[in-house]
Design a protein around this ligand. Structure first.
Ligand SMILES: Nc1ncnc2c1ncn2[C@@H]1O[C@H](COP(=O)(O)OP(=O)(O)O)[C@@H](O)[C@H]1O
Ligand SMILES: [Mg+2]
Length: 321
């Protein structure tokens, strides 16, 4: 297959996307595909080999049979590029417009999961200028985040009430809406999901951190984090995590791939699994958690990419029947 790999993008996660995309192109090549790099600049310009890419509705994309968006954050992971690919009529890997948009917005996602009865931490949405008195009910520490971002950008852990205004400012630098969350205590566990109609979950992995929480440095600095697979949890809790990951994936009508992230409180006693988020385009280097969890589950990186290409074609064919 000739596969267009969309990389870079307009979000603050541009760098991360470029690293993921280089690995995806190498893996696709290894799997026997032809990878075509489509570079999206920070200004939103699309180029291929330095030449501007011309887009025509229903006109495809550089004669590629499939597109693989490897874009993190707003303007890439949020349904905007997915909508454009629908208009071009190119099959593409991963979630469609709805699931992409829902998962990008932490407030909409949490509200939806709450209405479905999925266990999560307590939280509140905050707009600039809102009265923050009610946030005291969440206790301390709290995590303050922009509603739509990733890679821990704009997130602060607030241990004392007087730190809250600066933390909200940092979140509002990224988005006009912020979310403030009660702190979960315990283990961070992530589970990769792959599939369309009958999605499968990988073995869950445990994130072991050097520092206090999983910030940008811990995510991308070598040695900032250690992944333990499977997570050191009782078998029943591992099964529960996998079932929840598939349930959440299905509820938001995700497709192709996603990484579902959890907090597990009291992991060695009576584990209580809380949903954190669903990432529709998780970090995608060969050593990223998404791929490593499938590797530990017996699926190599090139095979994983190959499967995602197949799933993209399968979904496109089904939806255009
Ligand atoms: N409510 C919370 N309780 C404990 N830790 C949290 C909480 N929210 C976020 N964190 C920490 O911050 C990290 C990033 O938060 P997350 O919501 O996953 O944002 P991002 O979308 O940027 O990955 C988490 O992996 C975790 O280490
Ligand atoms: Mg996260």
């Amino acid at each position: 297959m000739r596969v267009a790999v969309l990389e870079g993008g307009r979000s603050s996660e541009h760098e991360v996307s470029v690293a993921s995309a280089a690995a995806v192109r190498a893996g696709l090549t290894e799997a026997g595909h032809e990878a075509v790099a489509v570079e999206i600049s920070r200004e939103g310009r699309w180029t291929h080999g330095g030449e501007p890419v011309t887009l025509r509705p229903a006109g495809g994309l550089l004669d590629c049979e499939v597109a693989f968006p490897v874009l993190h954050g707003p303007y890439g992971e949020d349904g905007t590029v997915q909508g454009l690919l629908e208009a071009l009529d190119v099959p593409y890997a991963g979630a469609g417009v709805l699931a992409s948009a829902v998962c990008m917005d932490k407030v909409v996602f949490k509200d939806l999961m709450q209405s479905a009865g999925v266990p999560q931490v307590g939280y509140a949405a905050v707009r600039e200028g809102d009265d923050t008195a009610a946030l005291a009910g969440l206790g301390l520490p709290v995590f303050v985040k922009p509603a739509r971002m990733g890679s821990s950008l704009g997130i602060s852990k607030v241990a004392a009430a007087e730190e809250l205004p600066a933390a909200l400012e940092a979140a509002f630098d990224q988005d006009r809406l912020a979310i403030v969350e009660a702190m979960a205590h315990g283990m961070e566990v992530e589970c990769s999901v792959l599939g369309n109609e009958a999605p499968e979950a990988s073995l869950p992995g445990e994130i072991v951190l050097e520092g206090d929480w999983y910030d940008y440095g811990a995510k991308y600095r070598p040695g900032g984090m250690e992944l333990v697979v499977p997570a050191r949890l009782p078998e029943s809790a591992l099964e529960h995590v996998r079932a929840m990951a598939v349930d959440v994936f299905t509820r938001v009508r995700c497709a192709g791939m996603a990484r579902c992230d959890f907090f597990v409180e009291d992991p060695r006693g009576h584990p209580r699994v809380l949903l954190n988020e669903l990432n529709t385009i998780p970090g995608f280097t060969q050593t990223s958690v998404y791929a490593k969890l499938f590797e530990a589950s017996g699926l190599s990186y090139p095979r994983l990419l190959d499967r995602l290409v197949e799933l993209a074609l399968e979904r496109h064919a089904r939806e255009h029947r």
